[in-house]
Design a binder for this molecule. Sequence first.
Ligand SMILES: Cc1cc2nc3c(=O)[nH]c(=O)nc-3n(C[C@H](O)[C@H](O)[C@H](O)COP(=O)(O)OP(=O)(O)OC[C@H]3O[C@@H](n4cnc5c(N)ncnc54)[C@H](O)[C@@H]3O)c2cc1C
Length: 456
Amino acid sequence: MSDKVFDILIVGSGLSSLIFAEEYLKKKSKLHMISPSFNNKNINVSKLKVDYKTLPPQLKKNFNQIQDYFNFNKFNFDKNNCNLLGSLGFGGLSNYWGLQMDKDSDSDLDSYGNQIKKQIIKNFIEILKEKSLSGSYKNYSNDFKMDKFYEKLLSKKDRNFIINKSILALNNLNNKKKVNELRPNLIFKKIKNKLVVHNYFLEKIEKKKNLLKLSCINKNQSKFFLTKKLVLAGGTLSTTKLIMNYLNIKYEVPIKHHPRLMSVYLGRNKILSNLKMTPGLLQIKNIKENFSGDVRPANEMIIDISLKIYSIFKPFKGILMFLKNYIFFSNTLLSSKYSNLFIKKEKNNFQIYSKQKNTLKILKEKQKLILSYLKKKGIIFPFYKNFFPGIGGDYHYFGTILPGNSKLSVNKNCQLNNNKAIYIIDGSVINFKKNLYPLGLVMANAKRIAKIIKKK
Ligand SMILES: Cc1cc2nc3c(=O)[nH]c(=O)nc-3n(C[C@H](O)[C@H](O)[C@H](O)COP(=O)(O)OP(=O)(O)OC[C@H]3O[C@@H](n4cnc5c(N)ncnc54)[C@H](O)[C@@H]3O)c2cc1C
């Protein structure tokens, strides 16, 4: 065992962790991080290449790359019952997305009370400004514009839907400069001289007098770390499991998420896109009920992947490329009230499963409503193809360890009530009801907690 006692250790290298690290290191000179990157035997931080992939291996039907995540976490799930994604790559799940963020968020923070809600929103605006992201939110705004046809539709209320521009994790699209994205590797580059990454996977947390003992492993060896404070940012599934183990919770814990259905449409008007991975540029939100669709134009990478799956269309690649700005992908996302994932300890493993059988039926009902809105507004032609990625194939996992008084809960500073030396800063601590694209607020909360901890 190493005798060294760390003041603080952070677990995970996803965006919640890196935003925390970036803020913390504005005042402090070093931060130690535990995050595995098993393709790099000895992480040489200055040379570390972030494994930046634009589509998750799930969609490419490549499960090998994510097996480590499930094996090391001792997670079991049956692909016919649910479909999950987790990454042990440096940068976490955010290596895979084309991120959009939701404006509809304030009421999701109610359990933190008004004052902290304001602080989280203030931190979100700071992130938007620091990274000059595209879109507008409260007092932040830039001149990010869409094609004229879509600009005219924006914010025009219909009886059932409103159409909004998303906030995008990209620099303002009108800016002629190279488009910068809010990617883990870019933050990492900025802070790498002050960050020490330990290439280990955290297996177990134990209390040792007034310290925490962390049992870690990698593919070759095991190691223990002792720390005064621990910040967990390993993503909701991993953090929830570690805390359930620490508190010896044997009962079933519901995991909140946003069930997702993907659809392809043919647009009547092209939509602006000069990006490798296109996030949803527009969000179509139901006014009465909480569900949404988005609109994102295709790009060469998505077309290539679709052609791998539907190889009979391969000879038509040229036509598809010509039409790519007219081929729209859309995600129908349901409110977390339709969550259908659960986690329970069984012997030494953690079983993740779904129970309700009607998730796909509800998704299809809501997609039909979005489809009729898109038709009515002249956005698409009246045909489509749906693709269901499975229950949990939405990759938005959250809301397992909320502020409150139960055993499995945190206080408003996101410290575990059972042990204030453990801070949780990923999606576990927020219950997203209205906000259907959660990462913006997760990052904002992580930044808030970094400010609290660096003052101590
Ligand atoms: C294809 C795709 C599209 C998405 N699109 C959007 C979107 O448009 N908008 C949105 O808001 N969200 C989106 N998401 C979700 C978003 O990426 C996640 O919410 C986000 O990655 C969560 O960040 P995180 O830092 O909390 O966790 P993660 O990114 O999951 O990072 C967890 C980190 O912890 C490490 N780790 C895990 N377990 C351990 C352990 N036991 N020990 C040590 N380290 C560990 C991992 O290696 C990783 O570095 C998308 C996700 C995917 C996959």
